[in-house]
Design a protein around this ligand. Structure first.
Ligand code: PAN
Ligand code: ZN
Length: 196
């Protein structure tokens, strides 16, 4: 049994696209820099930052609309602007636990990239601006990266039962990193890349 309310009659919520939140909201996950230490390449830069502060890298809010026969879920993520060394702030990234589960992301504010990688090691990067909708097919790990000066805010639509498998992509890392060079985002291959 999951702990969520049952929504057998239609309901609505109100999203604030500027702030990247919605009301009413009961489920909030905040990821600080210290929660994300394994995903950044420059470990020295990470440690230097953590000595001074432990900033919020991103916040993720979600609303599971669970009925006895369905579990559509709405989510909104706000990634703050920032970098660790020259690598931009980004989400942890994950595969879905269930291999038949897709997702749709919609960028509503800011700019960046969605990095995607499947189990065969095929890598793709989708450039984002407000209004970009990306379909994430089943079997593709996904990570959003904020390359802008302001927040990157995106909506997510998925099934709650899709689940999150963080461990698989954490072990290998994504094939490419997005770093800033001469004020521009540049892809480089991940020096810490391990084969799966
Ligand atoms: C999203 C993500 C959200 C936070 O709703 O869960 O953006 O990213 P991480 O889960 O990688 O920390 C989603 O893809 N749900 O399936
Ligand atoms: Zn997902």
């Amino acid at each position: 049994m999951h702990p969520y309310n049952l929504y057998t009659i239609p309901v609505s919520l109100q999203v604030n696209f500027d702030l990247g939140n919605f009301e009413p909201c009961s489920e909030l996950i905040v990821r600080n820099l210290s929660d994300l230490s394994s995903i950044f390449n420059d470990q020295q830069a990470l440690q230097d930052l953590l000595v001074v502060e432990n900033p919020v890298v991103y916040e993720f809010r979600y609303a599971p609309f669970v009925t006895p026969v369905s579990d559509m879920t709405f989510g909104i993520t706000r990634i703050n602007p920032g970098k660790v060394g020259n690598e931009y702030y980004m989400t942890k990234g994950h595969f879905h636990e269930h291999p038949d589960q897709p997702e749709i992301y919609t960028c509503v504010r800011g700019c960046g990239y969605l990095l995607l990688e499947n189990h065969a090691g095929e890598f793709k990067a989708e450039q984002w601006q407000p209004g970009t909708v990306t379909h994430i097919p089943p079997g593709w790990a996904h990570r959003a990266v904020n390359t802008g000066d302001g927040p990157l805010i995106f909506l997510a639509f998925y099934h709650l039962s899709a689940g999150h498998d963080y461990g698989t992509i954490e072990k290998t890392g994504f094939a490419s990193l997005l770093i800033e060079q001469e004020d521009k985002p540049v892809f480089i291959s991940n020096p810490a890349r391990k084969s799966g």
